[in-house]
Design a binder for this molecule. Structure first.
Ligand SMILES: [Zn+2]
Length: 272
């Protein structure tokens, strides 16, 4: 079992061996790219939250405290990006780009972008806006994997859960592979549509040299939710989410999966 802490998780670079690699001969490397901590309430607006300065008691009643945390997974073949964050920029640069560069990775290095679903806190960085206000794919050398029905649903549903302006490039870009149901990419990445957190949400297993990394997106966003029975009101099918989490938690412990938790402030990576 391995649990990383808040301080550890940002300090590893692409070329320095990290505690996320080398366990039981693992060859894949995981780099969490934290975009920070936010509060979110019924308005579905993400408000940056500073744990040191802001008073936990003062946040809006009923609001959730969440970390937004895309991941890079480096395998023998690929530099994978799992979801693309909020798409916020600081000093004119996408925060996601700055986080990648801080880890020695250029946006051009990303070979595949694996999208769990297209809610705005997961798909904000799929595209960037030029000076004329046009959106372009943000990772020019990557193939983006998106469920076709999720994209359709997102475009039909729109704001506040989905930012149609940012994701509409996915409909026409030659970088995008629109998936239809379950399948496998390059014989080592499995994807499965759960329809649990959102109607066409999908989860991924990345398998290399006998190791398995599991990315459950918002079906399995936090470690604590794996351990406790919990039905969330914000899920499309909260009960299904809960059942899946229990199933994955059990399987993952038995098979020693590495879990990646996209919204976990304390433990983004957990080795079963
Ligand atoms: Zn979501």
């Amino acid at each position: 079992m391995y649990l990383c802490n808040e301080r550890e998780k940002n300090k590893f670079t692409l070329f320095i061996s990290s505690p996320f690699r080398g366990r039981r001969g693992q060859t894949m490397q995981v780099i969490p790219l934290s975009e920070g901590v936010f509060t979110i309430d019924k308005s579905k607006i993400f408000v940056p939250f500073n744990i040191q300065e802001d008073d936990l008691q003062k946040r809006a009643v009923g609001s959730l405290l969440v970390e937004v945390l895309p991941f890079v997974v480096i395998t023998k073949k690929d530099v994978l990006l799992l979801d693309t964050g909020l798409g916020f920029s600081t000093n004119g640069e996408l925060q996601l780009f700055a986080n990648l560069k801080a880890n020695g990775i250029q946006p051009e290095h990303i070979t595949k972008v694996l999208m769990s679903h297209l809610h705005k806190d997961h798909a904000g960085g799929v595209s960037i806006k030029d000076r004329l206000g046009n959106f372009h794919i943000s990772f020019p050398n990557a193939v983006y994997y998106v469920q076709q029905k999720e994209l359709q649903y997102a475009m039909d549903t729109g704001f506040p859960s989905y930012m149609t302006e940012e994701i509409s490039v996915l409909e026409s870009s030659s970088n995008v592979v629109l998936l239809d149901g379950d399948g496998t990419i390059d014989n080592y990445i499995r994807y499965h549509v759960t329809g649990a957190h959102s109607p066409y949400h999908q989860v991924y297993w990345i398998e290399e040299d006998g190791e398995t990394i599991f990315f459950g997106g918002d079906d399995a966003p936090q470690l604590q939710q794996m351990k406790n029975k919990f039905v969330a009101k914000y899920d499309y099918d909260g009960k299904k989410c809960m059942q899946l989490r229990q199933q994955w938690w059990q399987e993952g412990q038995q098979q020693h999966w590495m879990f990646l938790f996209y919204h976990d402030v304390k433990s983004p990576v957990y080795k079963g």
